[in-house]
Design a protein. Sequence first.
Lengths: 280, 106
Amino acid sequence: MYSTSSQFDGNAAFSGGGFMPSQTTQSHDPSFVPSKNRDAQSLLPLTVKQIHDAYQSSDDKANLIVDGVDVNNVTLVGKVCNKVGRITDVTFVLDDGTGRIECNKWLQEAADTNVAEGILDGMYARLHGHLKGFQGKRTLNVFSFRPVTDFNEIANHFIECIYVHLYNSRMRVSASVPNQQHVMNSTPITPTKGYQAQAVPPSNQFSGHQINGQKSVEDMVLDVLHFPANRARIEGVPRDLIAQNLGISLDKLMVAIKNLIEEGVIYEAIADHYKSTVDG
Amino acid sequence: MDTSNPAVFVNGHLIPNFIGKKVRAVVQVNQCDGGVATAKSSDDCQLTIKGLPEVPLLNYIEVIGIAESSNSISAEVWTDFGNTFDTNSYNQLCQLANGEFKSLFL
């Protein structure tokens, strides 16, 4: 009883604002959960057929998943038909050639009314919207309606649908085969996103380089500074000793030391003597 | 939502697979008299398009209609795509939409 009334008060307090009402209409929506990563909120280019198939195959009617990705916002391109304009909203059917989907656009501002007047049966349009299920029907809640003026956009959209399908179904899967969390921590430029892997064509060479990179000169310098005997040196470790330990030239060592100092991992205790900051 | 009556992306070579079914093709109209037009498909096949009104010659026109035979379409709806349209990309899309990625379209 208490919680019901407090919830009611909250709604009453915020209603009437320009922004809050659209939030309250989505209050049953999973996107209301505050911490969702950006990947999950991305705008997916889809065909109506993909939405239809995903809807048919899923048991969970609240969340739609296409190629393993949660579907929230989608972008579609197709022909408008059966437009019905009302004072509060416009409904129409979008036919993208693979299927038809019911759409509605709520009219909240004067600019929306202008957009609504520009929606005509037979025209091609690019929509951005949010998929909603209501009374067993899946409709697209449109928040951007833009008439297509360059018709190459139609071919472009469907090619993009193919690309995103391929990216999500293959590249994401192959990237997640090694423990993704681990990979992300140890090497910052791992192919968790497929196109980044493509940017570095000889991938074997690339990963080999990364393994060496893990034991970079910087890491080896830190190892030396962390030797118990060296930790005990209050004045720090002389650079000649570090170079001697590692068997590398002073020039090479100084590059690594400069990097480590810039990162705040080590510091120069007295002239040409270095200490790790973790030693205090 | 309804996916029972799709319009398949086709070029000239793909039409024979869809005779009696709804297709969509972008064609360049060469000649148009009395509702029957001769046009070139995105893969340079000669097609006959029926039920097309006067359209600007040499413009790229998208027709959606029923494939009547391997080289004719009876148009239900048409859209003028203008005179700058990339038929090569469209043609490749036709092939992808009927090949490896058919499941996204049909």
